[in-house]
Write a protein that binds this ligand. Structure first.
Ligand code: UTP
Length: 233
């Protein structure tokens, strides 16, 4: 059934680092697909999936072999699409099992059915960036970044045990933080994609950062209800 054009879209970026951890991946992906199917029926839902550890492994081998940064990015994109296929296939029709390869294609697919799952699009950014561009293009009501930490912290919590979670932050302040902390090489882990942060900050899309393996909490964030994590406004 085509989506109602009156309902605003929601965009979700799922980090590769939680998509496949090596622990309970199959039951997690089954429950994630059920949730996506259920929420995607109510309103247009676009989901990007990252490449995580698998992408970094392949990019690492490619780098040792002397591949160019663009070639390494393309390897990363292929891994994100592999992940997108897994989720899309489990969700089932009308979700296309072959992930859209451009933003325009994803927007078009979303007119025919929801949810739509995709990986990367072109070299030079990450799936967070793709999701952010999609959110801007769809004039999304909300953007949710499902990642492997339960909130944005003032310092890296894996390095500094004294790090404090930041529960609410404005877009201009958040953008500064991303600029301070991000680099730009293939396979690099960003706090949040820089391009994505720049785009979302321009339109100030309400954004949530949540731990992606906590599905009840992820559902609350997607529905715009109070959730545990970080709110960017
Ligand atoms: P990810 O989106 O997975 O980036 O893309 P990430 O920073 O490793 O995030 P997590 O760990 O999954 O959350 C993996 C790599 O694929 C390339 C980049 O090299 C990126 O680092 N890529 C991805 C692109 O070049 N373009 C895209 O649109 C997407």
């Amino acid at each position: 059934m085509p989506n109602s054009p009156t309902k605003a879209a929601v965009v979700l970026s799922i980090g590769g680092s939680i998509f496949r951890t090596g622990e309970d991946d199959v039951p997690y992906l089954e429950r994630l697909a059920d949730l996506m199917r259920r929420l995607g029926r109510r309103r247009p839902l676009a989901i990007t999936v990252g490449g995580g550890r698998t992408a970094r492994e392949y990019i690492g081998i490619g780098r040792e072999l002397g591949l160019t940064e663009i070639e390494l990015d393309e390897i990363g994109i292929d891994v994100t699409r592999l992940h997108a296929r897994l989720l899309a296939g489990r969700i089932g029709p009308p979700t296309p099992s072959h992930p859209p390869t451009t933003l325009a294609e994803a927007v078009l697919e979303l007119r025919h059915g929801s949810p739509v799952v995709l990986g990367g699009t072109e070299p030079g950014h990450t799936t967070d960036g793709v999701a952010a561009l999609l959110a801007v293009r769809l004039r999304a009501e909300r953007f949710v970044n499902a990642t492997n930490v339960d909130a944005l912290y003032d310092h890296d919590p894996k390095v500094d045990p004294q790090a404090h979670p930041i529960r609410r932050i404005s877009w201009p302040k958040f953008r500064e933080l991303v600029r301070e902390r991000s680099g730009g090489q293939a396979g690099q882990q960003f706090l949040f994609d820089r391009l994505g942060a720049d785009q979302l900050a321009r339109v100030r899309t309400p954004t949530a950062i949540v731990f992606g393996r906590d599905l009840p909490n992820l559902e609350k964030a997607l529905l715009g209800r109070p959730f545990l994590g970080t709110e960017i406004y």
